[in-house]
Design a protein around this ligand. Structure first.
Ligand code: TXE
Length: 498
C-alpha cells in the first residue's frame, strides 16, 4: 500500500455509531493479494456482540430521525459529497480493489467510475421523486401515497465487485433515508472500509452507516437472524441466499437477493462474426468469469458453430493472464486459491461428463504466476443442456458450447436454466432480435452487446437469480415503505351502525 491507499485504510477496525472501534468479540484476518499470495492488510473482524452493537446504533439513529427525516435535497447533498470524495481518491480506490480482488487496474478504474455514477444517480433521483396523488372519486378526500425509509438495513456484499455491489445498496439506502449495517465479503473488505471512511468524512450522522466485517457464518448469520433489522439486501451465492431467505422468514424481514446466474449467449448465423466473437469472449472471460452476469453458456447456430468455436479457441489462447497491476494483463487471477480449487473441480466434472475440452483447462505454465491463483480461459465444446457444467454457475473462466438448429430451439435452450439473471443475443435480423429478447426469461437481455449497464435501469433476476431489483427507480423503492394517507377534508358521521 502506498500514500493515499494507506490513509484510506488507516484503521481497519469496525465502524459503529460514528466511531472506529476494535471488536469486542471477533478476531483479525489476513487479507491476501490473489496475484501473488502476499498479505496486504490485516483487518479486524466482528463477533456477534459487535453485530448487535452495530444494529442497535443503526436503530437509535433511525428512531432519532437524524437522517430519516432530513429533506431529500439534504440527503442528495451528502450523496454528491461522497461522489466527489470517491472521485478525489479514484486512483487509490482502484489500486485497493485490484490488490484485493486481482482484477486489472483498468477494470477497477471502471468500477470506481460506476460507483461514483451510482451515488450521483440516486442523489438526482431522490430529489425528483414525489408523492403520488390518487383520485378516489370523492372530491372531499385528498389521497396520497408517500414514501418513507424502510428502517434498519443489513447490506451484505460479495467479493467479485466489492465496492460496486456495496454501492448499489448503500447509495439508494442513504437516499431513501434508511440506516444500515454493511458487511463486505471477508475475502475483500478493503474498499468498503475505505468507502466508510469517505462517507464519514462527507458528514453522515453517527449511527446511520455502520461497518462490521467478518465471516459469513458468524457476522452474516448474526446480521440476518435478528428481528431488529427491517430489510436484508444480499448479493452472493445461491445457497447462501436460501439460508438468508430462511432466516428472514422467521421475522418476516423484507429481503432482496441477487444470486448470480448461468447466462446464455445466443449467436445466430446472421450475426456479425467479428462482433459476436468479441462479445462472447468478453462476456465469458472478463474478470476471469467471476461476474454474476458472465455469458458462460454459448448457444450457437450449428451452421457456423465449428468456425466460430475455432476462432474463440484461437482468441482465448491469446488472452494475457497476469497480475492486475501490470498494464499488459487483460485478466487477473481468481479471487483466491480456494476459489480456484472450486473452478478446477468444475473442469474435472466437465471432462467426466463428456464435454470436449478445446481450450485452457489448466493453470498457466509461466513460473512468474506460480504464487497467484491464476487459471487459463477454458472452453468446452459439444456440451449438452443436461450437463452440470452447463447448468451450474462455475464463477470461473469456463465457457460451454451448445449448438442449435432453429430459433425455437435457441429460445428453449436459453430458458433452460433455474437462474434468470442475464442473456445475450447476437443477430443482424431486427425482427428476430426483438422476438428472441422478449421470449427470454432473464432480468437483463443484451441484443448485439453484452455486459453493459446503466445505473438508471433495473438489475436483478428471474427464477433462482433472486428477488427484487437493484438500480433504477426500483432500486430506491427497495429501501422504502409506501404509506397511503387518506385525508377526508369534509368529515361527516358515516352512520354504518345507525
Ligand atoms: O459466496 P457467499 P462465496 C456465487 C459463485 C460462487 C459462490 C460462492 O458461484 O462460487 O457464489 O461464493 C456472506 N449469512 N457468487 O462462498 O458465501 C459472505 O460473508 C449471511 C455469485 O464467496 O454467498 C459474503 O459477504 N451472510 C455472486 C457474502 O455472503 C453470509 C457473487 C457472499 O458470500 C452467510 C459471489 C450467511 N449464512 C459469489 N454466509 C453474485 N451474485 O454475483 C456467507 N455470507
Amino acid at each position: 500500500m502506498i500514500g493515499d491507499d494507506e490513509q484510506l485504510l488507516a484503521s481497519p477496525h469496525l465502524y459503529i455509531d460514528g466511531t472506529w472501534v476494535a471488536p469486542v468479540g471477533g478476531g483479525t484476518r489476513q487479507i491476501r493479494n490473489p496475484a501473488d499470495g502476499t498479505v496486504i492488510a490485516v483487518v479486524d473482524e466482528a463477533g456477534s456482540a459487535d453485530v448487535s452493537a452495530a444494529v442497535a446504533a443503526a436503530r437509535r439513529a433511525f428512531d432519532a430521525g437524524s437522517w430519516s427525516t432530513r429533506p431529500p435535497t439534504e440527503r442528495a447533498e451528502l450523496l454528491l459529497r461522497v461522489a466527489e470524495l470517491l472521485d478525489t481518491h479514484r486512483d487509490a480506490l482502484a489500486r485497493i480493489e485490484t490488490l484485493d480482488t486481482g482484477k486489472t487496474l483498468h477494470e477497477s478504474h471502471i468500477d470506481i467510475d460506476d460507483v461514483i455514477a451510482v451515488f450521483r444517480y440516486y442523489a438526482d433521483l431522490v430529489t425528483t421523486d414525489s408523492d403520488r396523488f390518487v383520485d378516489t372519486g370523492n372530491p372531499a378526500v385528498v389521497s396520497r401515497v408517500v414514501h418513507e425509509p424502510v428502517g434498519v438495513c443489513a447490506l451484505i456484499a460479495p467479493w467479485n465487485y466489492p465496492l460496486l455491489q456495496m454501492s448499489w445498496k448503500v447509495a439508494p439506502a442513504l437516499a431513501a433515508g434508511a440506516t444500515m449495517v454493511v458487511k463486505p465479503s471477508e475475502v475483500t473488505p478493503l474498499s468498503t472500509i475505505a468507502l466508510m471512511r469517505l462517507i464519514a468524512q462527507a458528514g453522515v450522522p453517527a449511527g446511520v452507516v455502520n461497518l462490521v466485517q467478518g465471516d459469513g457464518s458468524v457476522v452474516g448469520a448474526a446480521l440476518t437472524g435478528t428481528p431488529d433489522v427491517d430489510l436484508i439486501s444480499f448479493t452472493g451465492g445461491a445457497s447462501t441466499g436460501v439460508a438468508i431467505a430462511r432466516a428472514a422468514a422467521e421475522h418476516i424481514t423484507r429481503v432482496a437477493l441477487e444470486l448470480g446466474g448461468k447466462n446464455p449467449h445466443i449467436v445466430f448465423a446472421d450475426a456479425d462474426h467479428a462482433i459476436a466473437v468479441d462479445a462472447v469472449l468478453t462476456g465469458a472471460f472478463l474478470h476471469s468469469g467471476q461476474v454474476c452476469s458472465a455469458g458462460t453458456r454459448l448457444i450457437v447456430h450449428e451452421s457456423i458453430a465449428d468456425g466460430f468455436v475455432a476462432e474463440l479457441v484461437r482468441r482465448a489462447a491469446g488472452i494475457r493472464v497476469g497480475p492486475g497491476m501490470d498494464p499488459p494483463s487483460q485478466t487477473g487471477p481468481l479471487v483466491s486459491a480456494e476459489h480456484r480449487s472450486k473452478v478446477e473441480a468444475y473442469v474435472a466434472l466437465g471432462i467426466s461428463e463428456g464435454a470436449e475440452l478445446v481450450a485452457g483447462g489448466k493453470r498457466p505454465d509461466d513460473p512468474r504466476l506460480a504464487n497467484g491463483s491464476y487459471y487459463l480461459p477454458t472452453i468446452f465444446d459439444r456440451c449438452h443442456r443436461s450437463m452440470r457444467i452447463v447448468q451450474e454457475e462455475t464463477f470461473g473462466p469456463i465457457l460451454t458450447v451448445e449448438r442449435f438448429s432453429t430459433e425455437t430451439e435457441a429460445i428453449e435452450l436459453g430458458n433452460d436454466t433455474s437462474y434468470g439473471l442475464a442473456a445475450g443475443v447476437q443477430t443482424s435480423d431486427r425482427d428476430r432480435g426483438e422476438r428472441v429478447v422478449r421470449a427470454l426469461r432473464h432480468g437483463t437481455v443484451w441484443l448485439n452487446d453484452f455486459g453493459t449497464y446503466t445505473p438508471a435501469a433495473e438489475w436483478g433476476g428471474f427464477g433462482r437469480s433472486g428477488t427484487g431489483r437493484e438500480l433504477g427507480p426500483s432500486g430506491l423503492a427497495e429501501y422504502r415503505e409506501s404509506k397511503h394517507i387518506w385525508h377526508n377534508t369534509a368529515p361527516a358521521v358515516g352512520g354504518w351502525f345507525d
